[in-house]
Design a protein around this ligand. Structure first.
Ligand code: XIL
Length: 337
């Protein structure tokens, strides 16, 4: 087999779908970046444009313009599009969740999900239905995060969200998306245990859920390969697919020297992908951005020394980094799905 020199072709050789998060604003303003996205990716996800505050700024008033632009871009360039995300505690408009009765909360939540999912029915790779519903440090025995939806509707809000999405698009692949599931820490242990209880319960009740999204925002803190492997096996045994949805590596705590830093980042990409791709349920891998030119980590995880962050496979000049090589190697080494 010929060695692949793009991320998507390397992934394809193992029947893996590779892609990245980006935004219509960037793609329409930056032709060089846009070409690289098309060259490297088989799937995109909007970084912000399908979040509640963007897409339903006023009750029942939907603005699909950005999502539609991106879907059109994907279709023209032979790429799939993921939906992100229907229910989250962040990036909510002020009106959402400000309710006095459970019935109002249910109307808001179901109306939002119905509006979005029916608009894109049959046209997306998958939907992140509920995002980040776990927060063990909130102190609940089920590990659920205290959110407006939990307060108004109790834990049933999660099943409600998935059932509503499935009604609006019976063919949609419905994903639960979460962070911190790879950490070897006590928080990681608690997250994995709560996740298995949550998803196990959904499966027993017949709630439509088809895949787990592992965000995979990594850093020099690393991850526990053994705990992650065992956990993924349990997720697979529940009958779920597994998507790596938001992979990137904050380089805050890596050395300043660029060659060393890039090698450290590449090594972590290699180890992480080797671990997750050993599980054949992992079929899709997206990085949260493609090039260091555009990354949320510039503002959320800047370096103390003021140097630019280098978390992604391509440099800010759109040159391939050792991280790109490491990802290609990991795809090439994976057993075909
Ligand atoms: C982030 C975006 O990258 C930022 O541009 C935005 O300001 C905040 O949200 N987990 C998720 C993503 O599920 O939606 C988040 O995206 C990153 C963490």
């Amino acid at each position: 087999m010929q060695a692949a020199n793009t991320l998507k072709t390397a992934a394809r050789q193992s029947n893996i779908l590779y892609g990245a998060a980006t935004s219509p604003r960037i793609l329409s303003a930056d032709a060089d970046f846009s070409s690289e996205v098309v060259a490297q990716c088989d799937v995109l996800v909007p970084e912000n444009e399908l979040k509640w505050e963007s897409v339903e700024p006023q009750p029942g008033v939907f603005d699909f313009s950005q999502g539609d632009w991106l879907l059109d871009f994907c279709t023209k360039n032979g790429m799939a599009l993921r939906g992100h995300c229907l229910v989250w505690h962040k990036q909510l408009p002020a009106w959402a969740g400000s309710v006095t009765t459970a019935a109002q909360a249910e109307d808001q939540l179901a109306g939002h999900i119905r509006g979005l999912v029916s608009h894109y029915a049959g046209r997306l790779h998958s939907w992140d239905v509920v995002n980040e519903a776990l927060n063990p440090s909130d102190g609940r025995s089920d590990g659920l995060r205290n959110t407006v939806w939990l307060n108004a509707l109790g834990p049933d809000y999660i099943d409600l969200a998935y059932r509503t999405a499935a009604e609006a698009d019976p063919e949609a692949v419905l994903v639960y998306n979460e962070y911190g599931l790879e950490a070897g820490t006590s928080d990681g242990n608690a997250r994995r245990a709560s996740l298995l209880k949550l998803v196990g319960g959904m499966k027993r009740r017949g709630t439509p859920i088809h895949a787990l999204g592992l965000q995979s925002h990594l850093s020099a803190d690393g991850f526990s390969a053994s705990k992650l492997s065992n956990f993924l096996k349990q997720v697979q045994d529940l009958g779920l697919k597994i998507f790596i949805t938001e992979l990137d590596i904050a380089d805050q705590k890596f050395p300043a020297n660029i060659a060393i830093r890039d090698t450290d980042v590449a090594d972590l990409y290699r180890q992480y992908l080797k671990t997750v791709l050993a599980n054949s349920a992992v079929t899709t891998v997206l990085t949260w951005g493609l090039s260091d030119r555009y990354t949320w980590l510039s503002s959320t995880a800047p370096r103390a020394d003021g140097l630019s962050v280098r978390p992604l496979p391509f440099s800010s000049n759109l040159l391939p980094k050792t991280a790109r090589d490491a990802i290609i190697e990991a795809f090439a080494a994976a057993e075909p799905r």
